[in-house]
Design a binder for this molecule. Structure first.
Ligand SMILES: [Zn+2]
Length: 381
């Protein structure tokens, strides 16, 4: 299947958030009641007030939901959706990292219905047909959630769950670099590497196709050019904007072609301990590349070229290593997951919820391969 799915309107510019009032007025039905889903630390840092000011023109009312720090639970999403129903909001604005955007998208999708979010997990039931329009404003670069049809949350059993559907598409994305300058260097690095892995996997996996590779390669070039600068010079707006665009393009690319084995490893690591998703994906890519290269050598060669190296797949592990080193990503997981055995990690990777990522990899994997990859990621120094 080769389909370039629809992309939301994307507005780009430092300070662009201050025009949010006009953006809301331009949505279908010119919504007057808006729910703002925002990371708590951003709300405390005054961003919620800035949004309130931007929305003040007209007779708009703003409901605020900021009970969010880290990955959202199903109960939190249901609470936000209940607030949206109670206040009869007509649009949802999400501002923050991937989690805040996922909550905003899920609330916009499920609030028109009555069911709890778990009802829709793993595509068990179709999402309500007419979602509220959602505006996504990423403050990390990142997950690319502003352009994907996926949202992730933790279910009642404490495990990662996902929902998928075109109903989860944002109506609009706003890429405002001024909102990302306060992101600490470690998070800038981890989220930026996540964007890189999205781009690399979408153009090297079994679902890749040329029309989509274009976006992935552009994202990889942007990461190579801007990520080390964004880590070194947090106030550099050009580097911050370059990374927002990279993350956005990479999000579009995975929406069309999905991820692969590095994300299988990352999701398994995320379920077994507290490892940042982006760092886990980067370590997953690093550990799996030598195993993956031959299955998709011309595609990996194109990635090496986009990173500024020779058009040669065998050069890629070294180029990734250099980039990971340049942004200071810690490669050993011994501190976070001290007792985790490769056998346990391989079992987690083989679970049905991770199967799509495993199967989309260019190289088919046996259970023995999973054990080999688990060993590679856990023994990294
Ligand atoms: Zn990712």
């Amino acid at each position: 299947m080769k389909t370039l799915l629809p992309v939301p309107e994307i507005a780009i510019g430092a300070g662009r958030i201050d025009q949010l009032g006009a953006d809301i007025a331009g949505l279908p039905g010119a919504p007057e009641r808006v729910l703002l889903v925002i990371d708590r630390f951003l709300a405390k840092a005054g961003v919620a007030e800035r949004i309130r000011a931007a929305l003040a023109a007209g007779r708009r009312t703003l409901s605020l939901w900021d009970d969010l720090a880290g990955e959202p639970s199903g109960a939190q999403i249901d609470a936000a959706a209940d607030l949206a129903r109670r206040d009869r909001v007509q649009a949802v604005v999400g501002i923050g990292g991937g989690s805040a955007l996922d909550v905003a998208k899920l609330v916009a999708a499920i609030a028109p219905g009555a069911a709890r979010v778990e009802h829709y997990a793993f595509c068990a039931h179709p999402l309500p047909a007419r979602p509220l329009p959602a505006v996504c404003v990423p403050t990390t670069a990142g997950t690319g959630s502003e352009t994907t049809h996926t949202a992730v949350f933790t279910n009642a059993a404490g495990r990662k769950a996902w929902a998928w559907g075109p109903e989860l598409a944002a109506a609009k994305a706003i890429l405002d670099s001024s909102l990302t300058v306060s992101l600490p260097a470690t998070l800038t690095a981890a989220t930026g590497i996540d964007a890189l892995v999205h781009a690399v996997e979408s153009c090297t996996n079994a679902n890749r196709f040329e029309a989509n590779d274009l976006l992935a390669h552009a994202a990889i070039r942007l990461v190579a050019r801007h990520l080390p600068t964004a880590v070194r010079e947090p106030q550099n707006l050009a580097a911050r904007e370059g990374m927002l665009v990279a993350s956005c393009y990479a999000g579009i690319a995975i929406n069309n072609a999905g991820t692969a084995i590095a994300h299988n490893i990352a999701h398994a690591l995320g379920s077994l301990g507290k490892v940042h998703h982006g760092r886990a994906a980067g370590l997953g890519l690093r550990a799996s590349l030598p195993w993956s290269l031959d299955a998709s050598a011309p595609a990996f060669a194109a990635v090496a070229d986009a990173l500024g190296g020779p058009r040669d797949a065998t050069a890629l592990p070294g180029l990734i290593e250099r980039l990971i080193g340049a942004v200071g990503l810690k490669t050993s997981l011994a501190d976070e997951l001290p007792g985790l055995t490769p056998e346990r990690l391989a079992l987690e990777m083989a679970l049905p919820e991770n199967e799509a990522m495993r199967r989309s990899s260019a190289r088919p994997s046996t259970d023995g391969d999973l054990l080999h990859l688990a060993r590679a990621v856990l023994t990294a120094a």
